[in-house]
Design a protein around this ligand. Structure first.
Ligand code: ATR
Length: 280
């Protein structure tokens, strides 16, 4: 039996096994997908296990290892190279390739919602909130959706982390975001994305005032969190009359892309998959 893993710490909450094992069963692929909780000093042994054990075919990487895994891999895809973030490990002729399917998944969801320079005929103005592990993927996607034109912003509770991420740690991102002070919300934004962990625990609230967006029908509030389904960030946006999107489709699409790379099977996103992730 071939195996795949998702590694992280903590890992109990991960819903990736639900998706991948559902698809293995549906497409009659003899494989299983398991969670593995690791410490940072286990990463070297884990990557050697993938290299040496023929039944291990690949892995996903989640918080807090998306960056820390990089030194133990042999090659990086272009997206991983630019974002310095790996969420998928692919085994190719005994070598380990790191890829980032988060960035393309996020980009695809915005394209599907027609939030792109091609649909608007102008770059969209975005605000990215947070400067954590997933934020570099969002920066990459926003730059791409805008053909590296226009202006976009980033804001983080600890401003220095946003400065470091946006201006120092992503040398291959051509269009840099403007770093704002916390709470300094620009007017006329098209997309506002929460990439922080605030909202994972019910009732947690970002301490930001978006009241100037009351009635802005076309402004999209996008929260990468999908469990709970609707964070306060999205509840408030819905009440203000804004467009809202949670992180469920991005999560499914990043898994779909990893599955395709591992198995060459391009899965359908059926109703059952959409229901699998609804647990609140
Ligand atoms: P991960 O890699 O899991 O995303 P992280 O690197 O700790 O985790 O990033 C979490 C993000 O959520 C950071 O942007 C963090 O802001 P800081 O850089 O100031 O720590 C943000 N965050 C966490 N709790 C927050 C809170 N109560 N209010 C605002 N931002 C918060």
């Amino acid at each position: 039996m071939n195996s795949y893993f998702v590694i992280g710490n903590p890992i109990d909450h991960s819903l990736s096994p639900l998706l991948h094992n559902y698809w293995f069963k549906k497409y009659k692929i003899q494989s299983e997908y398991k969670k593995k909780k690791l410490e940072e000093n286990d990463l070297k042994d884990f990557t050697n296990d993938i290299r040496n054990n023929h039944s291990i075919k690949g892995a996903n990487v989640t918080v807090p290892f998306k960056k820390k895994i990089i030194p133990f891999l042999d090659e990086l895809s272009k997206v991983s190279e630019i974002t310095r973030s790996v969420n998928t490990i692919i085994k190719q002729n005994g070598k380990l390739l790191g890829d980032n399917t988060d960035a393309t998944a996020f980009e695809d969801t915005l394209n599907d919602m027609k939030y792109s320079i091609h649909e608007y005929g102008r770059p969209l103005t975005s605000l990215i909130i947070g400067a954590g592990g997933v934020t570099s993927s969002i920066i990459f996607a926003i730059e791409k959706l805008n053909n590296a034109e226009g202006t976009y912003y980033i804001m983080n509770r600890t401003k220095k982390n946003a400065d470091d991420l946006a201006l120092k740690n992503l040398p291959n991102v051509n269009l840099k975001p403007k770093v704002l002070d916390w709470g300094d919300i620009p007017k006329n934004l098209d997309i506002i994305i929460n990439t922080t962990s605030v909202g994972l625990i019910k009732d947690e609230e970002l301490n930001l005032d978006f009241s100037t967006y009351k009635g802005s029908k076309n402004t999209l509030f996008y929260d990468l969190i999908y469990n709970p389904k609707e964070t306060n960030f999205l509840i408030d946006a819905r009440k203000r009359g804004n467009k809202v999107m949670n992180g469920k489709m991005m999560f499914i699409l990043q898994a779909k892309k990893a599955f395709l790379e591992w198995t060459k099977v391009d899965v359908d996103i059926d109703d059952e998959v959409l229901k699998l992730l609804d647990n609140d």
